[in-house]
Design a protein around this ligand. Structure first.
Ligand code: HMG
Ligand code: MG
Length: 324
């Protein structure tokens, strides 16, 4: 058991994009920037901060340019954002963000719902952006959504995922994030999918992006680690969903992931207490508790300790305990 655990992994925080794109109430630009800065303060070195998609499709992130402008440069942090087409690339180029995140789907139906394009059309649009991005010297990651199951078509063929992955690599994409968009994967399939792709792709280029709809996300991470993956996407407090994947719950919570990795002796460079501070801020901004389990437990402990110290502070000093 646990034959090949890595010494360290990269955690990619996607809450400000994957999480906030799904909120019904608009979050202010100021609050988005406060949250991103709190996440960076926890030691996260890769944060997806926003999305240059059509504001008609995702109004929640229509202030992407303002967010990027207010953020400026976060020292030593890779700041990425979704870009679907050349219009999005033009907007991205006006910012100081430093990584492009392209995205597409492994099923035709999800592709049409998400970006109004067939898979073949999506690959053409991605290549246009990738060519420009490479020429301009940007690092590029690309998501492939619904790699295990599509909400409209059911199980997705592994050979389809392999074919898409190879095409993305031929475009010069640096990192491919495999999306379990509706949180349907189980550990054995994760292991087998990575193993299959690894015949053609360097494992160090693969990331795993789990949503936790059916509670399998952490188990899937362990399977991914065993299969040699060292990059995992997660979202503060378990924020998230997918606007075009009915029933998709939030992403794997970043604090749950970091807690588990810490316990397994795998380093992330992230301070869990500061991550909890960021989670508490996210809850305050959104005005509701988030689903992350570690966050819930850590905040309950903090509350109990605060109540105890308040009790101690306010208890009357007994005359016989006075210092002589
Ligand atoms: P379309 O309607 O087919 O194309 O959208 P269009 O070119 O006709 O554009 C429609 C309007 O949007 C036009 O404006 C364009 O100018 C404008 P109008 O002429 O009507 O006034 N427009 C833009 N504006 C700003 N920035 C742009 C842009 N592009 C067009 N970049 C399009 C096609 C791809 C644009 C649209 O479908 C879209 O934006 N889709 C994004 C959907 C999305 O963001 N989904 C969620 C992210 S994916 C995800 O969550 C999964 C992931 O987390 C991994 C996983 O979990 O699996 C990544
Ligand atoms: Mg997602």
């Amino acid at each position: 058991m646990f034959q090949r655990l890595p010494a360290s992994v990269k955690v990619v925080e996607v809450g400000p994009r994957d999480g906030l794109q799904n909120e019904t109430e608009l979050v202010s630009t100021t609050d988005k920037v406060r949250l991103i800065k709190a996440l960076a303060a926890s030691g996260l070195k890769a944060i997806e901060v926003t999305s240059f998609v059509s504001p008609k499709w995702i109004p929640q992130l229509k202030d992407a340019s303002e967010v990027a402008e207010a953020l400026g440069v976060l020292p030593a942090v890779t700041t990425s954002c979704l870009v679907p087409n050349l219009r999005g690339y033009e907007r991205f180029q006006e910012t100081k963000l430093n990584e492009l995140a392209l995205f597409m789907s492994a099923s035709e139906s999800h592709s049409k719902k998400n970006i109004n394009k067939t898979i073949a059309e999506a690959l053409v649009a991605l290549k246009e952006v990738a060519d420009k991005g490479k020429a301009d010297g940007y690092r590029i990651r690309c998501y492939v959504s619904v790699v295990f199951e599509c909400p409209y078509e059911g199980r997705v063929g592994k050979s389809q995922v392999l074919e898409i992955t190879e095409q993305l690599l031929s475009m010069g994409v640096d990192e491919i994030s495999l999306g379990d968009t509706i949180g349907a994967a189980t550990p054995k399939e994760v292991y087998e999918m990575v193993d299959l792709l690894a015949a053609k792709v360097d494992r160090s280029k693969l990331a795993l992006h789990f949503h936790d709809t059916r509670g399998t996300a952490l188990a899937n991470v362990v399977a991914g680690l065993e299969a040699g993956v060292t990059i995992f996407d997660a979202s503060i407090g378990g924020l998230g969903g997918c606007p075009y994947a009915p029933g998709a719950a939030g992403n794997l919570a970043t604090e749950d992931l970091v807690y588990m990795l810490n316990g397994m002796g795998i380093s992330t460079g992230i301070d869990l207490d500061k991550l909890v501070d960021a989670g508490a801020l996210a809850q305050k901004i959104l005005g509701r508790p988030l689903p992350g389990r570690y966050l819930k437990a850590a905040l309950a402990t903090r509350e109990k300790e605060a109540a105890r110290s308040h009790l101690c502070d306010s208890s009357p000093v007994r005359a016989d305990s006075a210092i002589s």
